[in-house]
Design a protein around this ligand. Structure first.
Ligand code: ASP
Length: 439
């Protein structure tokens, strides 16, 4: 009998997790049971994915660069990646601004709802504001300084330092290209083999995915409090989701017109990564799966995938930037803070920077929203109220925007791959097809 495709298994796990969480929360013992016996499965899975991320970046990027044979190809890939990333982010923000200005979700919030929403969460907001402030107070070149590690082991010991690791690995890979081929051969073959081992580890971790998403979503349902507040924010949430859906349309259009890949094939190839992004709210945790899917199922060659995807996971967040634009304008509408056209332009600029600065972890986009709100001059007291206002729906929106962040990275990998002639036939090695071999 043919095995059910991975994305269906994950989807079934997600739905079963939501239903189970909803059912069990009716019993007094439910939350405790989920916390003690179910949630750990999800946490182990996320830890495993994070565990594999740095070794995967090191092995696959070194292999990718050393396969290029000359440096000019690498600078071509690097240059195009950055330009396309910025371009897609600006498109995402513009879509967000357009929609929020048309729908005006903030104007329908009544004074009572405003009071109810903000009093529930205002106490938590001080920490978020000061976190963003710390990031903002650094000088203009600080982000470049931050990219250059002073100790590679220190950098590799923290997944938050992904760009530092990428910097070291690119430097290493380029140097490997510059020495004589016979001298480079042993290092190259070591990393080739390491890369295969790590890809196999990703396959093995993915065996757990359907059960893990069950656990993650069951825990999320049990932990979500106060559903009434979610309803009050429905119009705002729908505006964000509508914007994100339009962004998917933009991706599908570019993939089908420029890359000539059918939307169905693209979505089928990338869907397990999208479902994981939704379940984990973290593009960093999803990265190993994104890379595997883009390479093995969409056929983009390793040279491109190994650079574009890790860099994208850290700096390209189309979903986050779109959300930040909508949230900023929504808060201003709800708090009667007038926005000029120049303010909207400021939102475009700062949301690009804020999304680059957002870490690829749950909730990061909301912290960096502070920078956007400050740039348009929202006073400090209103700022905390504004964040408290949108807090109730932040997690579901985080899940949705992370899907777009990951889809954006995959799309750009295809675009860059196509532009440098590095798209081949997909070479599916993942566990759907060789489960017997795995076991
Ligand atoms: N959770 C998002 C991500 O990992 C970042 C955010 O928007 O909060 O991509």
């Amino acid at each position: 009998m043919k095995k059910l495709a991975l994305h269906w298994q994950i989807l079934i796990g997600m739905i079963a997790g939501i239903l189970f969480g909803w059912f069990i929360s009716k019993f007094d013992f439910g939350p405790g049971f989920i916390k003690d016996w179910i949630k750990p499965i999800g946490t182990i899975f996320i830890n495993l994915l994070k565990l594999i991320a740095i070794p995967l970046i090191i092995a696959s990027l070194i292999k990718g660069i050393s396969d290029l044979k000359d440096i000019s190809k690498f600078s071509l890939i690097g240059g195009r990646t950055i330009v396309i990333y910025i371009l897609t982010t600006v498109i995402a923000i513009s879509i967000g601004l357009l929609i929020v200005n048309i729908v005006q979700p903030g104007n329908s919030i009544s004074a009572e709802t405003l009071e109810q929403l903000t009093s529930a969460y205002q106490a938590d907001m001080g920490a978020k504001v000061s976190k963003a402030q710390a990031q903002k107070n650094s000088g203009p070149l600080q982000f470049i300084v931050d990219m250059v590690p002073s100790n590679i082991f220190g950098a590799a010991s923290n997944n938050g330092n992904m760009l530092q690791v990428i910097f070291f690995v690119v430097f290493f890979g380029i140097s490997l290209l510059l020495i004589k081929p016979e001298q480079a051969a042993p290092v190259k073959s070591f990393f080739d083999s390491l890369n295969e081992v790590i890809m196999k580890m990703v396959d093995l971790i993915m065996l757990m995915a359907p059960y893990a998403v069950f656990a993650l979503l069951a825990a999320l349902v049990v932990e979500t409090s106060n559903p009434d507040l979610l309803v009050a924010l429905a119009k705002y949430a729908m505006t964000v989701v509508l914007g994100l859906a339009l962004m998917v349309g933009v991706y599908l259009l570019t993939v089908s017109t420029y890359v000539k890949m059918s939307p169905g094939k693209f979505l089928q190839g990338i869907s397990p990564a999208q479902l994981l992004a939704f379940s984990t709210s973290s593009s960093a945790a999803t990265l190993p799966v994104t890379m595997e899917r883009v390479e093995e199922h969409l056929g983009v060659e390793k040279e491109v995938v190994s650079f574009v995807c890790p860099v994208g996971a850290t700096i390209n967040m189309d979903g986050t930037s779109l959300y930040q634009a909508v949230a900023a304008v929504f808060i201003c509408q709800a708090l009667d803070f007038e926005l000029t056209f120049a303010d909207q332009l400021t939102i475009i600029l700062t949301a690009v920077l804020a999304s680059i600065g957002s870490a690829a972890v749950p909730g990061a986009g909301m912290i960096m929203l502070v920078i956007v709100l400050e740039a348009i001059g929202l006073p400090a007291d209103k700022l905390a109220i504004g964040l408290a206002l949108i807090f109730a729906v932040d997690r579901p929106l985080d899940m949705c925007r992370t899907v777009i962040n990951v889809t954006g990275d995959a799309t750009v990998a295809l675009l860059v791959g196509k532009s440098v002639g590095k798209i081949g036939t997909p070479n599916v090695k993942n566990w759907d097809d060789n489960l017997e071999e795995v076991i």
